[in-house]
Design a protein around this ligand. Structure first.
Ligand SMILES: *Cc1c(COP(=O)(O)O)cnc(C)c1O
Length: 361
């Protein structure tokens, strides 16, 4: 397909083994703050449940019956409004394949998560960029102005990755009123002071909400996310998804997690505390600006220097963070909240960078 030839590939973060070798450390010595993972890992019950399980030779249930019941109880919505995916990434892909034909358009409120554009382009659709405002909110008037007869979908992450920005309900409603399918991505909602918008999803309406076990529940490596959809969209997604898209290990892990939510929530609380402590500490360092975040990460801007040097300095101290090619983020890094000792190491390293800044320019 010509549009596939034209597509830019997804740029993954640097490989951990390669980085360890390059910096003369072991993988376990690296402070990994680049991918918004839960630094406490998943529920301890997951390993037990997997060890006890006897039926890995059986295929999974294409209807996801047990999983949908369990996730519905957690999310507070009816089971028949839920579809699970191999990560919410798969649901983004399935939604694009449901709604997009070559030449259609989607609205992408940048800077944001890269998979919306990626999956839309894979369908031959054209992402229309609507830059976020100065303080990283969705520019609703800008979105309205960018809508054309070919616009099929609007993607909004709230809290947004990588800016940490939460969108108020008025914004969600104003975007929903514009007509195209509104995909509200709540991958980080468990870290927010606000509540999920899953209850706004209604049959016959154009709002879908995506969530995931990758971030709060520490299951990124097992790949399981879900969405809450109007029932018509559920039918389509259930029809077109690969029948066994969520594997058995992921299913067992989710069920074990949902029986241990209190313990997992304790790690979420610890992560939120570290996020805020990190932001405060970084805010006191000269040459650094950090943005308020409702995710498990903080977007940090190096006031003058190139972010590459901040990145390189952190890597030389064994700390891995995320950088961006996006025009407005060339001076920024996204730092995931870690354990207290990770925060301490990070703040010490940024302090060092700040002091070296003047002398080595
Ligand atoms: C990490 C992330 C996802 C992807 O989650 P998976 O369930 O692991 O595929 C989706 N949306 C946003 C905004 C994310 O940052």
């Amino acid at each position: 397909m010509p549009w596939v030839q034209r597509m830019a590939p997804y740029t993954p973060p640097e490989d951990l083994d390669a980085l360890a070798r390059r910096t003369g450390r072991t993988v376990d010595d690296i402070v990994k703050l680049d991918a918004n993972e839960n630094p406490y890992g998943c529920s301890l019950r997951v390993a037990d449940a997997l060890a006890r399980y006897q039926h890995f030779h059986w295929y999974t249930d294409p209807d996801q019956k047990v999983l949908r019941e369990a996730v519905a109880a957690y999310a507070g919505v009816p089971p028949d409004t839920i579809v699970l995916g191999n990560g919410s990434d798969e649901l983004i892909d399935l939604l694009c394949r449901t709604f997009l034909r070559p030449g259609d358009e989607i609205i992408d409120c940048t800077p944001t998560f890269g998979m919306y554009r990626f999956s839309a382009e894979l369908c031959g659709a054209i992402p229309i960029d609507v830059p976020r405002t100065e303080d990283w909110h969705v520019d609703v008037d800008g979105v309205r102005a960018a809508i054309s007869p070919r616009t099929r979908m609007i993607f909004v992450a709230s809290p947004n990755n990588p800016t940490g920005t939460w969108e108020p309900t008025e914004t969600v409603q104003a975007l929903q009123d514009l007509g195209p399918v509104l995909v509200l991505d709540e991958a980080y909602v468990e870290f927010s002071a606000h509540r999920s918008r899953v209850s706004l999803v209604e049959a016959g309406q154009n709002l879908v909400v995506l969530r995931t076990f990758s971030k709060w529940a520490g299951l990124a490596g097992l790949r399981v996310g879900y969405g809450v959809f109007p029932r018509e969209i559920v039918s389509t997604l259930m029809k077109i998804k690969p029948p066994f898209n969520v594997n058995r290990a992921a299913e067992i892990a989710v069920l074990a997690t949902l029986e241990d939510v209190e313990a997992v929530n304790a790690t979420v609380t610890a992560i939120i505390e570290e996020r805020d402590r990190m932001a405060r500490a970084l805010g006191r360092i000269e040459g650094i600006r950090s943005w308020p975040s409702e995710g498990n990460f903080v977007l940090v801007e190096a006031a003058d220097g190139s972010p590459r040097r901040l990145y390189d300095h952190l890597v030389s101290r064994g700390i891995l963070v995320r950088t961006y090619a996006h025009g407005r983020l060339t001076h920024a890094v996204r730092i995931s909240a870690g354990r207290p000792e990770h925060t301490n190491a990070l703040v010490a390293a940024v302090d060092e960078w700040s002091e070296m800044r003047g002398t080595h320019d």
